[in-house]
Design a protein around this ligand. Structure first.
Ligand SMILES: NC(=O)c1ccc[n+]([C@@H]2O[C@H](COP(=O)([O-])OP(=O)(O)OC[C@H]3O[C@@H](n4cnc5c(N)ncnc54)[C@H](OP(=O)(O)O)[C@@H]3O)[C@@H](O)[C@H]2O)c1
Length: 275
């Protein structure tokens, strides 16, 4: 049997890197993407895997990544949309005109998935979206407001972007499960990574105090991603659901609103220039 081709975004560090390491060791054809050339190249050389560089705060770079991947891979068995993080206390719009957290954490993965859609359908692929328990604390979401003009807070923006990951998963399932795609969102736990470091906070410092008993290693944080990538959808797990610790978990009630999911899909198509 040929090994699976597994593309993991945000694999230059943290959870994505740990997942790539595990999956490569199990024999998969792992392909990694990162934003930093230096970090991504170093991980790729260590794991002996191909790599691609793309900054998700620039949609043109996501488009370039998508076209390179289409050209280089005729089969993609798993796409893990994992890149992302928590942004700063001030609202910053990207050059594309969207809130930075919404673009990096939601729009970029949405665009990449849609660019790869024909290959993903033909491959009967699994699409895994790294969400977060923070989606529970998003406040009221307005899926029309991709600039977050109606009030901004660091955690609110992060929570909304992670709720969008769940809404995206549900609508991707509704539209493309009949075409062969299986998809799930998951919460990795609270994991000791660079998470938040870029904007003046990090989970890392917590590891030296009592929180070290609560925080996970990146390897443990990657466990549900690795499990979704290597087990059988429809048998071992259910497409369209939100997981934590390999179990279905009920997400924010707003994620169950199918109209919200449909609207977000349509608005994201327009925002990314697909339609
Ligand atoms: N750590 C936690 O406790 C936790 C909890 C819940 C959910 N999550 C989610 O887990 C995912 C991975 O985060 P992590 O904890 O592993 O953090 P991390 O160690 O900071 O890794 C983040 C990864 O995303 C990439 N990335 C960040 N900004 C990017 C951008 N603008 N364009 C392209 N790639 C970008 C980084 O690339 P470079 O390093 O090359 O810049 C890196 O590979 C995120 O989606 C995060 O929201 C984390």
């Amino acid at each position: 049997m040929t090994e699976k081709t597994i593309i993991i975004t945000g694999a230059s560090d943290g959870i994505g890197r740990a997942a790539a390491t595990n999956l490569k060791a199990s024999g998969a054809n792992v392909v990694i993407t990162g934003r930093s050339m230096e970090k991504t190249k170093a991980v790729a050389e260590e794991l002996k895997v191909p790599y691609y560089i793309s900054d998700f705060s620039k949609l043109d770079e996501v488009r370039k990544l998508g076209s390179e991947l289409i050209k280089d891979y005729s089969t993609i068995d798993v796409l893990a949309n994992n890149a992302g993080g928590i942004m700063g206390s001030d609202r910053i719009l990207t050059q594309d005109g969207y809130d930075r957290a919404i673009q990096v954490n939601h729009l970029a993965g949405f665009l990449l998935t849609n660019i790869l859609m024909d290959t993903l359908c033909a491959s009967k692929a699994t699409v895994i979206n790294t969400s977060s328990a923070a989606q529970q604390f998003s406040g009221e979401i307005d899926v029309n407001d991709l600039k977050l003009e109606k009030g901004y807070s660091r955690m609110g923006a992060y929570g909304k972007s992670k709720l969008m990951n769940v809404l995206f998963t549900k609508e991707l399932h509704r539209r493309y499960n009949p075409e062969g795609i299986s998809t799930a969102a998951f919460h990795p736990g609270v994991v000791r990574t660079n998470f938040g470091e870029e904007f003046g906070g990090s989970t890392k410092f917590l590891y030296s105090g009592p929180m070290k008993y609560v925080l996970r290693t990146p390897e443990k944080g990657a466990d549900t991603l690795v499990w979704l990538a290597t087990s059988i959808p429809g048998k071992d797990w259910a497409s369209g659901e939100y997981y934590s610790n390999r179990k279905i978990k009920r997400p924010n009630r707003q994620a169950e609103d199918t109209q919200n999911a449909k609207n977000l899909w349509e608005i994201s198509l327009k925002a990314t220039g697909i339609a």
